[in-house]
Write a protein that binds this ligand. Structure first.
Ligand code: NAD
Length: 554
């Protein structure tokens, strides 16, 4: 039996599928690429058109059909249907066309897909754990057909991208994130499990929608919610003891609490907090190579003090401390502005995570006034409020900075605090810009600027690969710092010349392997790795990657 087939069988509870069942098993299906011999052995004669195609020919067919759709959502549905039919072909197409397809399988299109998830629904993927499963979550997870799960991405759908509460329709996010784990870092798709904790929704539109796929109840809160999450974590670690659990798109208050509760107990991290912090820090390191300045001389003003904003603050402070500042000095260089205005000492509506950043300043609800008074070297938007980096704000930044850092991270695209065009125009080409969602190059006064995309996909797949490849026991903050530095090292002179603070996505597998090696190195240094150390960690990561190719089954 071929290696992949054997591995699949061992990893799952299934026996070798044959005939129609084999064609309906996306992890093994090759469609028209099944060879004559395989068609004989697995009872496929007559179930497929007679011509045997190569994978390359199949790719050509998929791309032809993909380009026939002229809306991003049409393309998303096309690709996801392929994902559900033939995973190797899906990953081959996506990895070979990642720059084009990342915005389809992830932000921004995945946001629209989640908003319409119940209406687009065709085939389930992953585990939906609902209130009615309370007390039986171990059994629910055991229904998943693969037993060797290495990465779980879990959401409760309460804060999907910048789109708010989408309830169980938020399942598109764990599915999309795990597709990126496989495409960007070669985590075997058979080892990935998307999970939706369906704790209800407060979205009136969904509660009144006959096609909504989730439980039509308001969200659980308080102890009931905490007990639900606790049962899930306990069950997941029992059924899949080696799995990394990534928390994704939980609402602010729960995200911070759950991270604190579980980070020292299980192998877990929160991508919105830690992954974002790491990718933004890496972009800042890249920006400082362009402006030839030191991190310790920077002062940042964040618009948005939620998961993303605070996650960036944590990483930047850690990096400044490692470059010689005291923690207090480092924090004094990070300012936050949220929906209630500037975070200052004495303000009463502050969360615990905000208090270390509440500095002496007169209160203001005017962002422009805050910019003019604080005079930051960089503004970082994570507020999901489009247009907040106005012409006046950008002009002010260019007034007191030679090369202002302007990161407009909010997703999806229409939520960005400013577009790259606005950033370059209103700063007369001085801004070093990055966004959360993809934007095309911009021509300004005869120069072409390529805006960087501070996409978490640069970080989380590599971190995930690093921890699972060495069977690490914990994910730590310094792993995200190591990941940020490893990513920044991959940004070449050519990228920097174009104003791009991240390497091109076309190099993502190599970049992820470098990040994974840096993370694994740290796991060995800290005694968190549980497997013998391979000689060459980078090569080990490359070798460990799932490759979207067909194997001969006979
Ligand atoms: P969150 O809900 O935790 O935080 C949002 C913050 O914005 C809160 O502090 C809120 O007070 C503030 N805010 C809301 N309205 C505001 C206003 N009018 N003025 C000032 N502040 C305002 O959300 P989050 O997880 O931090 O995500 C925020 C945004 O960042 C989302 O659009 C998300 O998609 C994006 N994001 C981007 C990346 C990336 O680019 N790599 C990563 C994570 C999140």
């Amino acid at each position: 039996m071929a290696a992949r087939l054997r591995r699949q069988i061992r990893k799952s509870s299934m026996s070798v599928p044959r005939g129609v069942e084999l064609l309906n098993t996306p992890t093994l299906n090759k469609g028209t690429a099944f060879t004559e011999k395989e068609r004989d052995v697995f009872g496929l004669r007559g179930l497929l058109p007679p011509h045997v195609h190569t994978m390359e020919e199949q790719v050509e067919r998929v791309l032809g059909n993909y380009h026939r759709y002229d809306t991003p959502l049409g393309r998303y549905v096309h690709l996801m249907s392929l994902h559900d039919r033939n995973e190797a072909l899906f990953y081959r197409v996506v990895t070979e066309n990642l720059e084009e397809m990342m915005p389809i399988i992830y932000t921004p299109t995945v946001g629209q897909a989640c908003q319409e998830f119940g209406h687009l629904f065709r085939k389930p993927r992953g585990c939906f754990i609902a209130k009615k499963h309370k007390g039986n979550m171990v059994d629910v997870l055991r229904n998943w057909h693969f037993v060797d799960v290495k990465v779980i991405v879990v959401t409760d759908g309460e804060r999907i991208l910048g789109l708010g509460d989408l309830g169980a329709d938020g399942m598109g996010i764990p599915i999309g994130k795990l597709a990126l784990y496989s495409a960007c870092a070669g985590i075997d798709p058979a080892q990935c499990l998307p999970v939706m904790l369906d704790v209800g929704t407060n979205n009136e539109g969904l509660l009144n929608d006959p096609l909504y796929i989730g439980t039509k109840q308001r969200r659980m809160t308080g102890d009931e919610y905490d007990e639900f999450v606790e049962e899930f974590i306990t069950a997941a670690t029992e059924v899949f003891p080696r799995a990394l659990i990534q928390f994704e798109d939980f609402a602010n208050a729960n995200a911070f609490r759950l991270l604190e509760r579980y980070r020292d107990r299980v192998l877990t991290f929160n991508d919105d907090i830690q992954g974002t912090g790491s990718v933004v820090l890496s972009g800042i390191i890249g920006a400082l190579r362009i402006s030839k300045q030191k991190l310790t001389d920077q002062k940042f003003l964040f618009l948005g003090a939620g998961e993303a904003g605070m996650g960036c603050g944590l990483q930047i402070v850690a990096a400044m401390v490692s470059e010689g500042l005291s923690e207090e000095e480092a924090r004094s260089r990070c300012w936050f502005f949220d929906v209630h205005g500037l975070i200052v000492k004495g303000r009463d509506n502050l969360g615990e995570e905000h208090k270390p950043y509440a500095h002496d300043h007169k209160p203001t609800k005017d962002f422009l006034e805050a910019v003019k008074s604080i005079k930051p070297t960089g503004i970082i938007g994570a507020s999901a409020q489009a247009g907040m980096f106005s012409k006046d704000v950008l002009e002010a930044m260019a007034g007191f900075n030679d090369r202002p850092i302007v990161f407009a991270l909010s997703n999806p695209t229409h939520k960005a605090e400013c577009t790259p065009e606005e950033a370059y125009t209103h700063t007369d080409g001085k801004a070093i810009y990055a966004s959360g969602s993809p934007f095309g190059p911009v021509e300004y006064k005869g120069q072409t600027f390529v805006p960087g995309q501070g996409n978490n996909a640069y970080i989380f797949p590599g971190v995930g690969l690093g921890v699972v490849a060495v069977n690490a026991t914990r994910v730590t903050d310094d792993m995200f710092y190591a990941a940020a530095k490893a990513l920044a090292d991959e940004c070449g002179e050519e990228d920097i010349k174009m104003g791009r603070v991240y390497p091109p996505l076309s190099r993502i597998r190599e970049v992820s392997a470098k990040i994974a090696a840096a993370v694994a190195e740290l796991a060995y240094e800290k005694g968190l790795a549980q497997l013998p150390r391979p000689k060459d960690l980078y090569q080990h990561m490359l070798d460990a990657m799932y490759k979207p190719e067909y194997e001969d089954y006979v």
